[in-house]
Design a protein around this ligand. Structure first.
Ligand code: FES
Length: 576
């Protein structure tokens, strides 16, 4: 591996520290604070971009990992400089963390560009922190490596494993069905979150950690080593060492985040039964590096692939089991015939190198391609007069008997209206009804919350119904499940046809045929459109105003239109 002291790579931070002028004096003098003089004479300055926060429970332990990254950086001859960035706690922040993903990405981007850094380690964990960091780093294109915080240990209650969130969704429906008491439900609360780390099913955090590894942006096994396992500290140490070498190799995200890397990630997404949120995040990250990835590519590359990993919510087990079975490298070995093995990784070698010596220790957890858990389980993209620019559905988390279904719509104009009415015993719904929720897209909510897995009507739950077709312009938690059509684009607030559906209209979902059809004539839809009333403004100032004015629709990754692309790392003007 290359030592930046010997490779002749011109360090970016020489601009701050490599001279005798007043400005160089200012930069060095204020930064020294105990650092020896030779820290400023050609050693790589390595940022540790840390999203630890007490308000982001899944990332609280990242400070500990940062210390181990620092050891590796010092050991390799670099100077570690840790700094905080915006952090987003999925379960805490309102109205939804997604409203702020792009704000965090901007924070990461500007922090990297404006500061004296030659390379960066990105410490993330919770759902939005991983894509936001990858988006920001991609738009600066300094050498960058990610280390995710790792999943929680498997929670247990009365001897039974509890998947964070996935089992919560399940139990909360049992309470509403009357088959579990609220006291028994709440009693599981402490058992579910057993250790540091992010959610332990293949929810959005685990999916995005796995996407980062599949894209080549982490060292092998970053996604699955449990958060409290000391092997994660070792990985942090190695990550610190490796970023110093990457600076010497001038190995930047633009060399790693290629179309081959995205194709690999999409194939892995299918094999793990990953979160539908990954579709939005992958499109946004690709947009930052100029890779022309589209919603149709997600379907073309991934939808026919099988589910190979037995993990919630598509399967039965959790991330700790995935790690014990060999983690992503063992899965990649099984996927070898369909992978782009030459894609470069942060390790400086093609991704194929990480799986060549790897075999699963548990073939029931990581299955071979010819003996999958489910065939053709990848995320499907639907088209039709209800979603002209697309919508997604995750067949592996849906009920097979509902993948082709026609039923009458029952429409809710907002999530508040939904919550108010869904348990009304007189609600005129049957198991065949199609629940439609609008006003929950990127602009309409704003921020596109995870409410697409609408709880079922209590009166149907009591009759034993456990799934129905649901359609919305919202997202769904990666830990959730059900026959839910999500990300309808354009959203209702952007003029999409979802705004014109009326209770009683017939809708046909045909996942094998990739269609979503509203059985209303074009003429009638035109009439309804002409009668629409404009929505009242949701925000008149601040970030929310900026977001509403510039956010792209779900089929384009929900980035802000002016953030697409890369501005590089150059800063052309001095501050004094
Ligand atoms: Fe943070 Fe699930 S809430 S990862």
């Amino acid at each position: 591996m290359n030592d930046p002291h010997e490779t002749g790579v011109s360090l970016r931070t020489r601009r701050w520290y490599g001279g005798m002028s007043r400005d160089h004096y200012i930069h060095r003098s204020w930064m020294k604070r105990g650092l020896p003089d030779d820290a400023f004479s050609g050693k790589p300055m390595i940022g540790i971009c840390n999203s630890a926060s007490d308000l982001t429970p899944c990332n609280q332990h990242l400070d500990d990992l940062a210390e181990h990254v620092k050891r590796g950086v010092w050991e390799a001859g670099g100077v570690p400089l840790e700094f905080p960035v915006t952090s987003l706690g999925e379960t805490q922040i309102q109205p939804t963390a997604m409203l702020l993903r792009n704000l965090m990405a901007m924070d990461v981007e500007e922090s990297l560009r404006g500061n004296p850094l030659d390379g960066v380690v990105l410490l993330s964990g919770c759902d939005k922190t991983t894509p936001a960091m990858l988006m920001g780093a991609a738009s600066v294109d300094l050498p960058a490596i990610m280390l995710t915080g790792g999943p929680m240990l498997t929670g247990r209650h009365h001897g039974k494993p509890l998947g964070s969130a996935t089992d919560m969704w399940r139990m909360s429906e049992e309470v509403r069905a009357g088959t579990m008491t609220p006291e028994a439900f709440v009693a599981t609360e402490s058992s579910m979150t057993r250790s540091a780390g992010h959610c332990n099913p293949m929810g959005t955090a685990s999916t995005m950690a796995t996407m980062a590894e599949a894209l080549g942006m982490t060292l092998p096994q970053s996604a699955s080593i449990p958060a409290p396992d000391t092997r994660r500290r070792r990985l942090a140490h190695l990550t610190g060492r490796r970023i110093v070498e990457m600076v010497g190799e001038d190995l930047r995200p633009s060399r790693i985040l290629t179309i081959d890397a995205f194709e690999n990630a999409i194939r892995v997404l299918s094999a793990i039964g990953g979160s539908t949120n990954a579709v939005i995040h992958l499109l946004a990250i690709a947009g930052r590096v100029g890779v022309p990835l589209t919603l149709d590519d997600i379907d073309r590359i991934g939808s026919q692939l099988p589910l190979l990993v037995d993990i919630e919510p598509s399967g039965t087990r959790l991330m700790e089991d995935f790690f014990e079975a060999g983690g992503l490298p063992a899965l990649l070995y099984e996927l070898d015939p369909i992978m782009r093995g030459d894609a470069l990784t942060v390790s400086g070698v093609p991704i194929r190198a990480c799986w060549e010596e790897c075999r699963t220790s548990d073939p029931s957890m990581i299955r071979p391609l010819d003996d999958p858990l489910l065939p053709s389980a990848g995320i499907a993209v639907l088209r039709g007069n209800l979603c002209p620019n697309g919508a997604v559905v995750k067949p592996s988390a849906a009920s097979p008997e509902l993948l082709v279904h026609t039923g009458p719509a029952f429409v809710f104009g907002s999530i508040e209206e939904f919550k108010e009415r869904i348990d009304d015993p007189d609600l005129e719904v049957t198991a065949d009804s199609v629940l439609v929720l609008r006003g929950c897209g990127p602009r309409g909510y704003p921020g596109m919350p995870e409410v697409g897995n609408m709880p079922l009507p209590a009166k149907l739950l009591r009759l034993g119904v456990r799934d129905m077709v649901r359609i919305s312009d919202a997202r769904m938690s990666g830990t959730a499940f059900g026959t839910t059509v999500l990300h309808v684009a354009p959203e209702s607030a952007a003029g999409g046809p979802l705004a014109d559906v009326q209770t009683g209209d017939l809708i046909t979902l045909d996942v094998p045929g990739r269609s979503l059809t509203l059985h209303v004539s074009d003429e009638e839809l035109g009439n309804r459109r002409s009668r629409r009333q404009p929505d009242p403004p949701v925000a008149w100032r601040g970030w929310t105003r900026l977001y509403i004015d510039h956010v792209l629709q779900a089929d384009r990754g929900c980035d802000l239109d002016f953030l697409v692309g890369c501005s590089g790392a150059d800063v052309t003007r001095e501050s004094h």
